[in-house]
Design a binder for this molecule. Structure first.
Ligand code: NI
Ligand code: MN
Length: 225
């Protein structure tokens, strides 16, 4: 049994018997985030890119829990320089973990540390856990790499940003869902603050017309996958 839980913004928690994974843990800085750090097993932390709404609590949590941060090489080194545990990876790399695997893939965005230094390329991440492939798109615009990812890796579930301004909007995310060939989508990166406010029910209507199941999760809400 695998639990996939939405924390808020682009933060998710995935858990099975062999581990607990935090992705883009923007929690203490996001008043809308819902997650109990103290009562959930956390064995690994993933960060798609260095922006503060994704790096979030990753560094202090890594230190407190002795859980490594898996991130693009330069960002992983930055986290290590702040005292965190880290695993550096780069595009196309796949790391195995007790709970499954993660492969780092492109995202079209930017990435600099809070100090403004280079943090490597922003990433999307394909998780495989219990035979299910979950694609976290990170922050990105619509891009044709998604066609390749759909063709070659065949993800089952996509976590897609829909809030526009800094990422894809709803219409582009609908195309992304089609290109990725997924059966199920969960929107993210919207309604956290005013610049990314949007109506996710429009996304749900558009994807479900195409036969793609859309789950609108409230922060704290989880599903068994
Ligand atoms: Ni960003
Ligand atoms: Mn962001």
């Amino acid at each position: 049994m695998t639990l996939l839980q939405y924390i808020g913004h682009s933060a998710f928690y995935i858990k099975n018997d062999d581990g607990g994974v935090l992705i883009d843990p923007f929690i203490s800085g996001n008043p809308k985030a819902v997650f109990d750090i103290n009562n959930n097993k956390i064995t690994d932390i993933f960060v798609t890119h260095a922006h503060s709404d994704h790096l979030g609590d990753a560094i202090p949590l890594s230190k407190a829990l002795k859980a490594p941060i898996s991130a693009i090489f330069e960002l992983a080194n930055y986290c290590a320089s702040k005292g965190a545990y880290s695993k550096g990876i780069n595009m196309g790399g796949k790391i195995k973990y007790p709970w499954g695997s993660a492969k780092f893939l492109p995202a079209f965005h930017s990435s600099a540390t809070p100090e403004g230094t280079y943090a490597g390329m922003p990433a999307s991440i394909l998780f495989e856990i219990g035979g299910i492939k979950i694609y976290h798109a990170g922050d990105t615009c619509l891009n044709s790499e998604m066609k390749t990812i759909g063709e070659v890796y065949k993800p089952d579930i996509a976590l897609l940003p829909i809030g526009s301004t800094f990422t894809m909007d709803i219409d582009d995310a609908v195309i992304a869902a089609q290109w990725l060939g997924v059966k199920q989508v969960i929107p993210m990166h919207y309604n956290t603050f005013e610049l990314i406010n949007t109506d996710a029910s429009i996304f749900k209507n558009k994807t479900e017309k195409l036969g793609i199941k859309c789950m609108l999760l409230s922060p704290g809400e989880g599903i068994n996958i």
